[in-house]
Each structure stands twice: as structure tokens, then as C-alpha cells.
Design a protein around this ligand. Sequence first.
Ligand code: P6P
Length: 335
Amino acid sequence: MNNRISLSRYLVEQQRSKGHIPAELRLLLEVVARACKSISHAVNKGALGGVLGSADRENVQGEVQKKLDIIANEVLIEANEWGGHLAAMASEEMDSIYLVPNRYPQGEYLLLFDPLDGSSNIDVNVSIGTIFSVLRKPEASASVTEQDFLQSGRHQVAAGYCIYGPQTTLVLTVGDGVAMFTLDREQGSFVLTQENITIPADTKEFAINMSNMRHWAEPVRRYIDECLQGKEGPRGKDFNMRWIASMVADVHRILTRGGVFMYPWDKREPHKAGKLRLMYEASPMGWIVEQAGGAAINGQERILDITPQHLHQRVSVMLGSKNEVERLRQFHASI
Ligand code: P6P
């Protein structure tokens, strides 16, 4: 008898014991999980499904969209718009917010997502993933506007990602720690495979795109330089480097064995705070990392304390093992 706990049972039992997952939120999370299953199925088809390659159009970020970016976005919209648990959605792949059509009941939640993060890896068969964040619709607002989405990461009621790799794994927090659910393809459902995940406070592994080194600000250059000096340098230990160019995969490794992930501001586009997006990449990942005992900053302040000024706002990101992130914060404070 399979004694694994399903995602649905976990959510029901968490609500019974902690009261953080009202029925509407549980419904939303179950729908998102089912959408991720569909996305996983499309991703796994690869060339056989005619889903690889470019869609020959750009998203709001000015990036060429992959076919799977659009498929994943459509799967999430179609899965979530009719259930009555959402008022509106926002996506990396859409310029403006998506209001739940009037033909469906309106709910109290707002869902934000990067439908397929790391899509530059799709055509080379490297892990990619979906990142999502859930906010409450402000009480007062009758009809939802973009302004209703502009809440700091502290206001999230749920955050998670689904990584499409050798396993398809859903990682979720509702503010009571972090749990992982692996897709059991024979049962067709996500089952609990780890909970109360903890990131080690120290590490010997950093993740950053080293080709940008000459463009970084001094505190970042100092931190990485010390790591590269290894045993002979001020850190007194050797470091290893990983860079998958898929935030979901790099964060998943850090949740699993510690490490620090960095996509800092650099002088290539000085008017941009960073490459990654605050609302549907850094905030959900930052909350997950904090819930696992890690830390997430933009160099100066906690990611979750940043109040967005616009939906697709970018941010400098440093997250992972808390002692490493604190070292980075001190280096930024001392300039
Ligand atoms: P680069 C993927 O496009 C992404 O948004 C993150 O998932 C990833 O960490 C980063 O960009 C990779 O950026 O400049 O190394 O290709």
C-alpha cells in the first residue's frame, strides 16, 4: 500500500493543524499543481511534441519567447480563470494583468507567475521550472488594477515553484516552512517527499554568471574574489561554483545542499536594478529561502521588504545560506 501523503492531504492536514490554508487557497494551490503537471508533460515531450524553439515574438521584457513559454502561460491562465478563487493573474509573459473574465466568479486571491523560468535551457534539455506567488486582493478594491498587485513579498500567502528536471518536483511554502512534493507519474499526483527543509547556514558553493565579473559592483567582486582565493585567502576554505542559468534549478540545489545564488546589479544596464524580476521570481524564491532558514537580499535590504513600483520591476538578487548572505550585506554596507 502506498503510504505517501498526497499534496491535497498535506494541505488539508496543514489547515487542520495550522489554519494557514483556507479552502479557497487550497483549491488554488491544487489547481496550480495540476497546471504544473500539464506543463511537465509538454516539456517532457520535447522535440516529439513540436514544442521546442522560438515562438518568433517578444515578451514584455523584450526577450524572444519560446513556444513552451507561451504554452505554459496559457496552461496556467486556462487552469485558474474559472475556479472562483482568483480575481486576477500576472505573468512574465503578459504586459498587463489578466482579470478573471466576468463569466466566472471572482475570488480573493491574486496569482503571479513566471510560467517557464530558464527557458534558454529548453532546447538543450536542462532543468527549467514554473515560479508562482499568491497575494490577497486588497479588501477595498472593487475591480482589480495593477496597483493591487504592488505588494511587498512580506504579503505573500503562498509561494512555490515546480522544477521540470529528472524528477518533476513541486516546492511550496504557506509560511510554515518548506515542503517538497515529487510527481508520481504512475499515480498522476504530487506526493510529499520532504518537509521542514533547512538550508545550511554556511556553504562552499556559489552560483553566479562569472562572465559578467568585470561589470559587477565592488562588494560583489570582493565576495567572489575571496571565494576564488580559497584556502589561501581570507575564507580559509576552497569554494566550488555552479551556474545552471535556470534560477529554479540553482535555488533547488541550494534548498537541497546549501549555497549562495547571485544575480547582482551590473553596469551593463546601470538604469536597471538587476536582471531578475521582483514580483514573480525574487519575492517567491526569497520567501521560500527564508522559510528554509536562509536569507534573500538585494545587497542592501531584504527582498521581501521591497515595495514594488511596477509589475515587471527588476531587482538585484543574492540569496541562500544565511551566513554568506550576511557577509554580502556587510560588504555592501561598508562601501
Ligand atoms: P544568464 C533565466 O532566463 C533567468 O531569468 C534565470 O532563471 C537565470 O538564473 C538567469 O536568467 C540566467 O541569466 O544571464 O546567465 O543567461
